[in-house]
Structure formats: structure tokens, C-alpha cells
Design a protein around this ligand. Structure first.
Ligand SMILES: *[C@@H]1O[C@H](CO)[C@@H](O)[C@H](O)[C@H]1NC(C)=O
Ligand SMILES: *[C@@H]1O[C@H](CO)[C@@H](O)[C@H](O)[C@H]1NC(C)=O
Ligand SMILES: [Zn+2]
Length: 430
């Protein structure tokens, strides 16, 4: 989610107060929380935010021109409904949906293949972090001629930030890079599943599908499914709606920096991130000062300086957007803007062809919101990628059960398949 300029008061339920007031052993409970989409009628939502300031509400989105998505604690539901705001219900009980989502799948291999290929049942449920690591290790072990696991450095808590490198007939490291990041925002669980599906299809179909073979013979893929592993683990152990990393800082009582506001490019501008450590979009004390950004920047430059970056995608949820540069300025456009736009439109069309899912496309700042220190601006202007995009996955609309970050497990496979169809188009045409 693109997030910016939020008030700390709105976030007490999601992060600071509630999380720190809860004993470490327990999970933050969202039982009985009701999620609403409030129509803002094309206006800035400031007046509505003022009305909500006294609520312990969890705010999901900050591109509030069209709508404001919030979760309301059970004891405040009647006071909220008494405001008579124009709402639709996104979730009747967020806690119940988190509990359902938390019925993790059991990791299985495909028994009909001799290699250790993971079973497609992987895409029927969400999984524990340790199983995600097994998934990648097994895939790489099954396709040693086309893949290997690598690491780019360590997170604040010392977890390795790993990726899988895929290559085709030219041999390892011989072609321009296609570069993916997943799960920079910890609560955006669908992103790891989608990049896992794309990885799986590239490797499994390479030997039988000529279109897939052509793609993998043309590019080296560097896929990092969890660039914020500490945050992801924390969403599974403690607070499902955690977004940032888990970095502590002397003098700050709140934990976490937004890794996608900390990249060392246009970081110093105001208006696209927060300087308050308690906010969800906290940019850090200095450009690039999180361990995650240090490792990612270093690796990005090593890719840029070898074969170059053809395409970078930062996978996020939610809202169904394809966002081209730039985030830091709503008027700035890259030199190849016309190609960016044509390809983003083609990608949106291809995604929609499969199941009718609509993605909005356009330059990030003017389409959604200003962001500073984000990965796509850095990778466009500093790492000189030809294309560097943000894709915000499902859900888009506000029908009940499409409650933002907690996308029902039944939508993992269709979300993945429509993106795979889109990527086949994009990689053949980029
Ligand atoms: C197992 O692999 C076979 C052969 O590649 C494939 O057709 C089948 O769909 C796979 N099944 C599962 C459950 O992954
Ligand atoms: C930076 O990247 C290079 C090459 O990829 C690697 O050898 C080095 O260890 C990295 N340094 C840090 C601090 O991560
Ligand atoms: Zn995000």
C-alpha cells in the first residue's frame, strides 16, 4: 500500500500503543474489528480523519482522495456507525478472517516428480516463514542448471535477505536483469505468494513451454521474496497488520522504519514520508540507514553495474495498481514515458483478460500519492533501470471479505495466475 502523511492517533490500534501495551507472548487481537471503506467523494479526507481522531482505528490506506479504509474496534463500532459516514463494509470481523487465514498449509512436495518440486497445493493456503524458505530451497535443488539461492545481506535482527537467481541457455549471469522485490511491507502477504508462483512457472515450464523458454533465455531473474523478513515474521508471531521493519533506535520509543521510504534518493524531500518514528511511513534518521536498505542498495548497484536492470518490480498490496515512475514528484516523467505507459496499459489489459480483474495504471505520484525514498525512483534514476514499477495486488474493491491485507486464501491462485499471464506479456514485449 502506498501510505503517507498519516496521523499517529489513527494508528494507535495498529502499531504503537496497542502493540507495546500487549505482552510479548500474546498476539495483537483484531477480534470483532469491523473494517469499512468510507467514500471521500474526490476530496481530501481531512475532515473525516478529524472525526476519527478519537477512535482507536486502524487506517489501511492513505491515498484518500476516493476512499479511506479503516478497521474499528468492537467497542467503538456503534459510535462509528453513529457518525453516519458513507461506508461500505469490507470485513464484518477482521479477527475471524485473520484466524481463517492463519490455518497455514502443510508444506508438500509433488509426489509425481522425481525432483523435490513443491506441490501446487502451495498456492491453496498461506504458510509459515520457515516453509517459504523450504519452498525456495527445494525449487533451486530441483533445477540446479537454471537456478541458485543467494543472499544480499542481513536484516536488523540478523535474518538473511535471500533471493533466487534464475537463468537460461546463456548461462548464469549473462543477460540483463529482471529484478523483483516482495514483502517490503510486512503485512502484504499475497506478494510473496505471487512471486513464488512466477518463480515456479519460470522453472517448471522452461523445458516444455517455448514462450517461457524464450523469456528465461533472454533475462537473468533475481527474485527476493522477503526483503523485510523481520517484519514478515512479526506479522506471523505478533501483529498481522505490521508494515515496517523491526529496527529499534536510541531515543525513539516506537519500533520500525519503512524500508520503502528509506532508499537514498530524493529521501530528503518533504511530503512523501514521515519523520516521526511512530508513523507507518517513518523514513529513518538518514537516507539508506536501515540494514535492509544497505544490503538492497548494494546488491541493486552490483546488478546495475554488471548486465544492467531491464525491469524491476516492487510487489505490494493492495488496491490493484500498476505504478510507473515517479513517486517523489507528480510532474516528473522518465525519458521513456510513452513506452512505460503503453506497456503498463498492455499489462493491465492482459491481467484483465484472465478473470476480469481491473488494474489502474499510471505514474505513481499523480495516480496515487507522493512517496520519497522509494525503491522505484532509486532504481530508475540511480540504478538506471529501463522500467521500475510498483504493482499493488488484490484486492481492489470493497466487497465484504476483500479486507485489504488479509486476502482470502482462495484468491492466492487466481491472483498469481493473472499476474503470471501479465508477466508473460510484459517480458515478451518489454
Ligand atoms: C505435479 O507435477 C506434474 C508434472 O509436472 C503436474 O502435471 C502436476 O500438476 C503437479 N501436481 C501438483 C499437485 O503439483
Ligand atoms: C556488496 O555487494 C558485493 C557484490 O555483490 C558483495 O561482495 C559485498 O559483500 C556487499 N557488501 C555489503 C556490505 O553487503
Ligand atoms: Zn506496500
Amino acid at each position: 500500500m502506498k501510505v503517507s502523511g498519516l496521523t499517529a492517533a489513527l494508528l494507535l490500534g495498529a502499531t504503537g500503543a496497542l502493540a507495546s501495551a500487549t505482552p510479548k507472548v500474546g498476539k495483537v487481537s483484531y477480534d470483532g474489528y469491523k473494517a469499512y471503506r468510507i467514500a471521500t467523494s474526490g476530496k481530501d479526507a481531512a475532515a473525516i480523519k478529524d472525526k476519527l481522531a478519537s477512535f482507536a482505528a486502524v487506517q489501511f490506506n492513505f491515498d484518500t482522495q476516493e476512499h479511506l479504509d479503516v478497521a474499528i474496534a468492537p467497542e467503538e463500532v456503534s459510535a462509528f456507525e453513529a457518525l453516519s459516514l458513507p461506508t461500505t463494509i469490507m470485513s464484518e470481523d477482521l479477527g475471524a478472517e485473520i484466524a481463517t487465514e492463519g490455518n497455514f498449509g502443510v508444506y508438500e512436495k509433488n509426489v509425481s516428480t522425481s525432483a523435490a518440486v513443491p506441490s501446487l497445493t502451495w498456492f491453496d493456503a498461506y504458510h509459515a516463514y520457515a516453509d517459504h524458505i523450504t519452498f525456495f530451497n527445494d525449487l533451486a535443488a530441483s533445477f540446479p542448471q537454471n537456478s541458485e539461492i543467494f543472499t544480499v545481506g542481513s536484516s536488523f535482527q540478523g535474518r538473511s535477505i535471500f533471493g533466487i537467481h534464475l537463468w537460461g541457455s546463456g548461462g548464469k549471469g549473462s543477460k540483463p536483469a529482471v529484478y523483483f522485490h516482495g514483502t517490503v511491507h510486512a503485512r502484504e502477504w499475497i506478494t510473496a505468494k505471487v512471486v513464488e508462483y512466477i518463480t515456479y512457472k519460470l522453472l517448471v515450464d522452461y523445458s516444455t513451454d517455448t514462450a517461457v523458454k524464450a523469456i528465461l533465455d533472454k533475462y537473468d531473474f533475481y527474485i527476493l521474496p522477503f526483503v523485510n523478513p523481520d517484519g514478515f515474521v512479526y506479522t506471523q508471531s505478533t501483529n498481522r497488520l505490521w508494515r515496517k521493519n523491526r529496527q529499534t533506535r536510541s531515543g525513539a520509543s516506537c519500533v520500525g522504519t519503512d524500508v520503502n521510504r528509506n532508499w537514498p534518493y530524493k529521501w530528503e524531500l518533504t511530503g512523501g514520508a514521515s519523520t516521526n518514528p511512530c508513523d507507518e511511513t517513518y523514513k529513518g534518521a538518514a537516507a539508506g540507514d536501515t540494514p535492509e536498505n544497505k544490503a538492497l542498495t548494494n546488491f541493486t548497484l552490483s546488478l546495475a553495474n554488471s548486465k544492467g536492470i531491464k525491469l524491476y518490480i516492487d510487489w505490494h498490496s493492495y488496491g490493484q495498481y500498476i505504478l510507473t515512475p515517479y513517486g517523489y514528484n507528480c510532474q516528473a516523467r522518465p525519458a521513456n514515458q510513452a513506452r512505460q505507459n503503453a506497456l503498463a496499459q498492455g499489462l493491465a489489459n492482459k491481467i484483465r483478460e484472465k478473470y476480469g480483474t481491473r488494474f489502474t495504471y499510471g505514474p505513481a505520484c499523480s495516480t496515487l500519492y507522493a512517496t520519497t525514498g522509494d525503491s522505484t525512483d532509486y532504481i530508475t534514476d540511480v540504478a538506471k533501470a529501463e522500467f521500475a514499477w510498483t504493482i499493488e495486488l488484490r484486492p481492489g474493491g470493497s466487497s465484504s471479505g476483500n479486507n485489504g491485507f488479509v486476502l482470502p486464501a482462495a484468491q492466492i491462485l487466481p491472483s498469481s495466475v493473472e499476474q503470471w499471464e501479465g508477466m508473460k506479456y510484459l517480458l515478451a514485449n518489454v
